[in-house]
Design a protein around this ligand. Structure first.
Ligand SMILES: Cc1cc2nc3c(=O)[nH]c(=O)nc-3n(C[C@H](O)[C@H](O)[C@H](O)COP(=O)(O)OP(=O)(O)OC[C@H]3O[C@@H](n4cnc5c(N)ncnc54)[C@H](O)[C@@H]3O)c2cc1C
Length: 323
């Protein structure tokens, strides 16, 4: 471990991108604090308990196309945190699940880092000393440098709220990243779903994905399903009540499951997956104090895009602070 350096770097977001950036900066000896509004680390890599059943209701599986993400997945696999999953998928290469649910992985990645959860940043501004972040409890955090690893539209909003000016080019790049919505239904059936491989081939509309969290090794209780709607269904029925969303989606696959729908919850992911990316792995506008923006959509989509972008931002920031 390198000698601890004086400047404090705040990393905003404890999703894959934020944790990749924070880990990289910590390894290079920087004093890092991660802030996130969620109760637990992970962002869209999430699991939720409903009664005795556990559901992965955000990211469903990992796979890598680049050597660098492949190596990260390989090391998590060797550490026993993730394991191969023979899931029906269109992409080539091994796919991975997290036994015990996605949140286990994110807990492990956040484990060695100073992370403050349940802390929503409302505005970002700057003065002569550095960055000032206004929090939802009325207090402030200050830092010499910032890594912003939250979805791009939210990042732009925080700078606008704090009156910190972003150069036009950076603003345009951030505004070019756009997202699909996703309606996710977590459903408990009366018994086993009969989905042998843990997931049903579906989609792309109206149901994009159905996974059995018991067969996947996530839930102890059989018949714990995650149903993800396609982007078009999600857009069209976003305002529909939970009951109608759940019954419409479940009705599309019920004949293949052989069990009635029991208890269910609907999660609305407003910024679910990127629909338009930008080529840059990170954006570092020239402002009075160092700042870099990262996340899914910067140089690629999915978990791989988010992870590589976070690493890229962490390395850029370490280089900038060393200069
Ligand atoms: C339903 C669904 C299914 C998916 N399936 C897959 C899949 O199978 N494979 C795959 O590779 N990818 C999948 N993805 C995409 C994958 O989850 C994302 O690419 C990845 O998790 C994005 O990571 P991130 O760090 O960029 O952003 P996020 O995970 O969104 O992290 C951003 C963090 O910032 C925090 N935050 C935002 N605003 C503030 C604020 N003002 N103050 C404090 N904190 C804030 C949030 O709480 C969040 O924790 C899926 C996504 C969804 C929603």
């Amino acid at each position: 471990m390198a000698e601890q350096k004086a400047e404090k770097v705040i990393v905003l977001g404890s999703g894959l991108a934020g944790l990749a950036a924070a880990t990289c900066l910590k390894e290079k000896g920087h004093s890092v604090l991660v802030l996130d509004k969620g109760a637990v680390p992970g962002g869209r890599v999430a699991s939720r308990r409903i009664g005795p059943a556990l559901f992965d209701h955000g990211l469903q599986h990992f796979h890598a196309e680049s050597p660098e993400f492949s190596s990260a997945l390989g090391s998590w696999n060797d550490a026993g945190i993730i394991s191969r999953w023979a899931v029906p998928a269109s992409e080539p290469g091994p796919h991975y699940r997290v036994p015990g649910g996605m949140r286990q992985l994110m807990r492990r990645l956040a484990g060695g880092l100073p992370v403050r959860q349940s802390c929503r940043v409302l505005a970002v501004s700057s003065d002569r000393e550095g960055w000032r972040l206004g929090l939802d409890d009325g207090t402030e955090e200050t830092a010499s440098a910032l890594v912003i690893a939250i979805p791009a539209p939210q990042a732009v909003g925080l700078f606008e709220a704090g009156g910190a000016q972003l150069p036009g080019e950076a603003r345009d790049s951030l505004s070019a990243i756009s997202y699909h919505r996703c309606l996710a239904v977590m459903a408990r059936l009366g018994g086993p779903s009969g989905i042998a491989d843990g997931a049903l081939p579906c989609g792309p509309e109206p149901v994009a994905w159905v996974a059995d969290n018991h067969a996947k090794g996530v839930s102890g209780e059989p018949g714990a399903l995650t149903l993800l709607a396609g982007p078009e269904f999600s857009r069209q029925y976003w305002e529909l009540g939970d009951d109608l969303v759940a019954f419409r989606l479940f009705g599309c696959v019920q004949a293949r499951l052989g069990q009635p729908l029991g208890e269910y919850h609907v999660k609305r992911w407003r910024l679910a997956r990127v629909s338009a990316t930008i080529p840059e792995r990170h954006i570092a506008p020239d402002l009075s104090h160092p700042v870099v923006f990262a996340g899914e959509g910067f140089g690629g989509d999915r978990s791989e895009g988010a992870w590589l972008s976070g690493l890229s931002a962490g390395r850029w920031m370490a280089g900038r602070l060393a200069a």
